[in-house]
Design a protein around this ligand. Structure first.
Ligand SMILES: Cc1cc2nc3c(=O)[nH]c(=O)nc-3n(C[C@H](O)[C@H](O)[C@H](O)COP(=O)(O)OP(=O)(O)OC[C@H]3O[C@@H](n4cnc5c(N)ncnc54)[C@H](O)[C@@H]3O)c2cc1C
Length: 395
């Protein structure tokens, strides 16, 4: 990768920081609109990532527009036709609502790689592994400082898109400040081989101090992900225990459905941790910087919609920006306002619904009553999935 020297001017029309689903989708959309795009990604791909890895079929039209739907179809795990609730000794199943087909799981090691490869084919300049360490703004646009194993460099463009997710701390002002509270929610994920989880079933897990989900992804792998309060996890850990081992023992002990689904399963790689997570509605455009994916707004992962929201928001932003002269500062501001309004119409409801579900799911004592209602009327689980955006395509 040849790096431009520090201080160079307007190297591109758009710079995107972060090569997850939000950043890669924006990059593809902008490159297809004819812009010169640079995508900066810190990690080498393929890499595993904390995520439940389920994507609802409502994102299928966007995958088609991005030109990756055939690859996704070929790679993703089985179609998910049923939802379930696993809480304590209770196991309830219900049909998954159907939109443009059925949702499926695909490991983030495969999905993110696939999207960045498509961005490259569309002409995006991929800078990877390469970390954005700072940005400054002047009348012409943004200057971004980069760090790689070869040294430092800089890019400049009128459009800057922050797509670096919301969980990592760092020097960028779009990154969250350090925080540490007993109520922090930490994200965890592991892959397993084997186990007895039915191929078409996606259970929502509710256990003391947290919530999670399971799904079969590509190659028959079972993906188990969850969020747990920091204080609950600390109380579970005995000297010498890894966080993952303590968490897995807690899940198996407190939830029959998990115990049965993991019967005979073998851990494939280590438990991964991330966070604390930061569910919230955030500005989609501020200080001249557009935000996509988690950075624009984040739903509690209990609804498994973050990848869809990232991909859809990236595509939405690229559509808005493709209609303007990117060198016109006023047009950029107006586009930011239009993008934020469209983003809120599309995603606000599910962020609020996810807050309510997550607060319930982390309290199995309160959840027990809801569990009884769901057991009597499994359709309420299907309704919850509708509220979470599972059948809402990008408008
Ligand atoms: C436990 C858990 C389970 C989940 N399960 C699901 C699920 O089943 N389905 C679902 O849809 N969503 C799920 N989510 C949410 C989903 O993982 C996120 O919403 C999604 O990853 C957001 O995508 P993004 O592109 O915004 O950010 P990310 O996927 O976080 O990508 C950001 C990228 O930016 C890079 N980066 C960071 N800093 C820099 C820098 N300074 N310079 C360059 N690059 C940088 C990172 O390396 C990363 O690749 C889950 C989340 C958690 C915590």
């Amino acid at each position: 990768m040849a790096l431009p020297p520090l201080g160079s001017v307007m190297t591109h029309d758009a710079i995107i920081i972060g090569g997850g689903p939000g950043g890669a989708s924006t990059a593809i959309g902008l490159a297809r609109a004819g812009l010169r795009v640079a995508l900066v990604e810190r990690s080498e791909f393929p890499r595993r990532k904390v995520c439940g890895e389920f994507m609802s079929a409502a994102s299928r039209p966007v995958l088609e527009a991005l030109g990756v739907v055939e690859e996704w179809d070929a790679a993703a795990g089985p179609e998910i036709g049923r939802l379930a609730l696993f809480t304590g000794e209770r196991v309830v199943t219900a049909p998954m609502p159907v939109s443009a087909g059925r949702g499926r799981g695909l490991g983030r090691d495969v999905l993110d790689d696939l999207l960045v490869a498509q961005a490259r084919r569309c002409g995006v300049e991929i800078m990877q592994p390469c970390r954005a360490t700072g940005f400054e703004r002047d009348a012409g646009g943004h200057h971004v400082t980069l760090a790689t194993s070869q040294g430092t460099a800089a890019l400049a463009a009128p459009i800057l898109v922050a797509a670096h997710g919301s969980w990592e701390r760092g020097p960028l002002f779009t990154q969250a400040p350090k925080m540490h509270a007993p109520s922090d929610l930490l994200g965890f994920k592991a892959h397993f081989h084997g186990g007895t989880l039915a191929a078409d079933l996606m259970p929502l897990l509710s256990f003391p101090g947290g919530y999670g989900g399971m799904v079969r992804v590509d190659g028959g792998r079972l993906s188990l992900s969850c969020c747990i309060r920091r204080d609950t996890l600390e109380a579970l850990r005995r000297p010498g225990d890894t966080a993952g081992a303590a968490l897995q023992a807690h899940l198996v002990r407190s939830c029959r459905g998990i115990r049965e689904a993991l019967g005979g399963a073998v851990l494939d790689g280590p438990w991964l941790a991330a966070g604390p997570i930061r569910p919230a509605l955030r500005p989609c455009y501020a200080e001249g910087i557009y935000r996509v994916g988690n950075l624009a707004g984040e739903a509690h992962p209990v609804i498994a919609e973050g990848i869809s929201m990232a991909i859809q928001s990236g595509w939405l932003l690229s559509r808005v920006l493709s209609e303007i002269d990117v060198h016109d500062a006023r047009a950029r501001d107006a586009a930011g306002a239009r993008y934020q309004a469209a983003w809120r119409r599309q995603f606000s409801t599910r962020i609020r619904a996810a807050n309510a579900f997550a607060n319930l799911a982390m309290r199995p004592d309160r959840f027990a009553a809801l569990g009884r209602v769901i057991a009597a009327m499994p359709a309420t689980l299907t309704l919850g999935a509708r509220l979470s955006g599972k059948v809402k395509p990008l408008g």
